[in-house]
Write a protein that binds this ligand. Structure first.
Ligand code: GUN
Ligand code: ZN
Length: 434
């Protein structure tokens, strides 16, 4: 369809700012709106009458009237090799890694396996309305090549990287400081800033890297301006104790990453649950990003993310599924669990804030706000079409609240899942179930 004009008509909703800080003017809703797409890009947004009036006679017109048309969801932290680990019983982080995850990840030595899982994974993200994600691969360069190749084939905007691990894991899942560096560097040369793809330097976490490997990760980050870095931080008490034993000079877990230059505005730290005050300060001062992974944090019994503490300290926060520690690919379900986590500390999470986070907020967290996360001319045409009446129970719940956007969004996030996702567009192409 590239080349041909496409019009998507519906109730167009997009955020321009954080409703936590801006309230009313943070979003724009056009009740009978339309988005004009050309060559994978949004070129116009407005009232349906005006957009349709200007459309060429051969434009493809997708009538989603009555449905919400929003920017595609963005998942800030997810593991594609864990599609068969999701929902694994009865273990907390370190045992869960050894018992399930490290076993499954060894299968990614086989490029055919990588390709199959990459296809499944991207199908599933699209089914759930997610168009961009920041993704962990395994230590195998093949796993990264397969993921990027499949993402490129589908025209999706994705960030990913090879996990670097050189200790405390099975031999088949370890590289070395030099190999981790060389393989990451070669992958960066191949995939970084290629089309819609970008690379994240991925030392898995301080438990599975030696100082030499973390130093090599820092060197990679220093050699590549604006490179993404992703890792895990302060997820679980046993993990934190292990890190402190392994790096006795470090006052805090984050000190380990700080020493090797791994903090910064493109560094995404998964979990950030049990942070010391100095770690909160260091995250804020370095403009690093804390990824809130509620389904994972609950499922693995890791703890409750203190969003208010981080917001108040000015730490940049993103929302993420963390599949397969996380139990759902759906950003709607993830927001629902996030809401419950906040409720546990006597807070709540307005739906407008949660939807901001899943879209423009996460785009900002990943420094992609000029490309995705908003429905504005010049942005890439990644859209999701949502139906708050998707199930009988949702339709029933909506009966007394028609016309109330906050209610509609809250029903979508507390009761919604892939059934509420009517369509998605990836670079302007309809992609749900394709
Ligand atoms: N810490 C290090 N690796 C992982 C992982 O795969 N999942 C989670 N939840 N935490 C981790
Ligand atoms: Zn993770």
């Amino acid at each position: 369809m590239n080349g041909r004009v496409r019009i998507v008509r519906g109730r167009v909703l997009s955020f321009r700012d954080d409703p936590r800080l801006m309230s009313e003017r943070a979003h724009r809703l056009i009740e009978d709106g339309a988005v004009r797409i050309e060559n994978g890009e949004i070129v116009a947004v407005g009232e349906a009458g005006a957009i349709l009036g200007d459309a060429p006679p051969d434009a493809a017109i997708d009538d989603c009237s009555g449905k919400l048309v929003m920017p595609g969801f963005i998942d800030a932290h997810i593991h594609y090799p864990q599609t068969r680990v999701i929902g694994s019983y009865g273990a907390q982080l370190l045992d869960w890694l050894h018992k399930y995850t490290f076993v499954e990840e060894q299968k990614f030595a086989d490029p055919r396996h990588c390709e199959q899982v990459a296809r499944f994974f991207l199908d599933e993200l699209f089914r759930q309305g997610t168009t961009t994600a920041c993704v962990y691969c395994t230590i195998h360069p093949e796993s990264v090549d397969a993921f990027f190749a499949e993402s490129e084939r589908r025209g999706a905007r994705m960030i990913a990287g090879k996990a670097m691990m050189d200790r405390n894991a099975p031999a088949a899942l370890t590289d070395s400081p030099q190999r981790g560096y060389d393989e990451s560097k070669a992958l960066m040369a191949r995939w970084r800033s290629r089309g819609r793809l970008d690379y994240a330097i991925t030392p898995r976490f301080a438990v599975t890297s030696t100082e030499a490997q973390l130093e090599a990760s820092g060197a990679l980050a220093a050699e590549h301006r604006d490179a993404y870095v992703q890792t895990h931080l302060d997820e679980n008490f046993a993990e934190i104790a292990f890190v402190k034993r392994q790096f006795p000079w470090a006052k805090t877990y984050l000190d380990v990453y700080a020493r090797y230059g791994l903090l910064g505005p493109r560094s995404i730290f998964g979990h950030c649950i049990h942070l010391e005050d100095s770690e909160v300060d260091a995250l804020a001062n370095s403009s690093s990003i804390a990824a809130f992974c509620p389904t994972s944090n609950l499922f693995l019994g890791s703890g409750l993310f203190d969003k208010k503490r981080l917001d108040d300290a000015g730490v940049r926060v993103a929302l993420a599924t963390d599949v397969g520690g996380g139990t759902s690919y759906s950003m709607l379900a993830t927001a629902a669990e996030g809401y419950k986590v906040l409720q546990m500390s006597g807070l709540s999470w307005p739906a407008t804030q949660a939807f901001y986070q899943m879209t423009f907020g996460n785009a900002r967290a990943l420094s992609l706000q000029d490309r995705v996360g908003a429905i504005e001319p010049g942005r890439e045409a990644d859209l999701v079409v949502l139906d708050a009446h998707a199930t009988p129970a949702m339709a029933h719940r909506m009966e007394s609240h028609e016309g109330d956007l906050e209610e509609e969004l809250f029903v979508l996030m507390t009761m919604g899942d892939d059934r509420a996702v009517r369509e998605i567009y990836v670079g302007g192409r309809a992609a749900k179930g394709r």
